[in-house]
Each structure stands twice: as C-alpha cells, then as structure tokens.
Design a protein around this ligand. Structure first.
Ligand code: DQA
Length: 141
C-alpha cells in the first residue's frame, strides 16, 4: 500500500515545543520511525508538512487521482476551525484518517471540536507518535 502522512501548522516544531505534551523527538525523528514501520510492512510512505492552510488544501486536492491508499492528517490547530480543510478532504475519495498526538478531549475546550472529523474516515488521538502508526494500521482493517 502507499500512504501520505500530512502534518499541518506548528507540527514542524515538534520536539521543541510543549515537550510534556508532544515529546522531545523531532518531526523528522518521528517520520523516520514511521518510514521504518512502513518499510517493514512492505508499504510506501511519503511525508508533507506545511504551516500554510492553502498549501495543505492543495496537497490534499493533489490526491484526487488516487495515488495513495490512505492519507494520515494531523492538521494541528487548523483541525479546530478550517472549513477549507474539511472541504478539501471531501474533494477526494482517498480515505483520510485524522490524527492527534495528544488527547485533545482532555485538553482545553477549544480543542474538543474538530471541524475536519465529519469529512474523515476516523480519528485517532492521544497516543503520541504512535497515533500515526495506529492510523496507518487502520487502513489494513
Ligand atoms: C495536535 C492537537 C492540536 O490541538 C494542536 O493545535 C496541535 C497538535 C496534536 O497532535 O495533538 O498543534 O493536533
């Protein structure tokens, strides 16, 4: 299978921000572990990160030709208010799984609402970097 892992706003700061919440490993460290997991399973994976909402929408739109079997999306704070990302996810038929490293429901109230969840196949939150792995595994079910 072939997957795309997309990280949104501020995820490039992972390992350098709120370490108690997001851990001390960088996004590159985490992506290397995801790549090793996929390789072990004989799967292909590509990575994309942007802090720009429109760029994330364009990347999601670019999946319209069905190049990927699944997209894993951690949209960061855009999760909570980006109707543009919601609509971009609805533009494609590739399943998108929403991911959060932290348990957003155990945090501030503004994190309890996701405007992208209704457009996603499912949601995984609260397992740190393993949230990405669990999301990838979900495509095998
Ligand atoms: C996050 C949770 C969001 O609320 C937050 O804005 C992030 C990261 C997570 O991975 O836990 O930037 O998506």
């Amino acid at each position: 299978m072939k997957f795309l892992v997309i990280n949104g706003v501020n995820l490039n700061m992972t390992g350098r921000r709120e370490e108690g919440v997001y851990g001390s490993e960088s996004l590159d460290d985490i992506n290397r572990q995801i790549a090793a997991f996929c390789k072990k399973n004989g799967d292909e994976v590509e990575f994309y990160q942007s802090n720009v909402e429109g760029e994330l929408c364009s990347k999601i739109q670019s999946c319209i030709d069905g190049q990927y079997d699944g997209v894993v999306l951690n949209a960061g704070a855009f999760t909570h208010y980006s109707y543009a990302l919601h609509d971009a996810i609805r533009c494609i038929s590739t399943p998108v799984v929403e991911v959060h490293m932290s348990n957003v429901h155990a945090r501030e109230e503004f994190r309890h609402r996701s405007v992208i969840s209704p457009a996603c196949k499912g949601v995984i939150a609260g397992f740190g970097k393993n949230s990405y792995i669990l999301a990838l595994e979900s495509f095998k079910l």
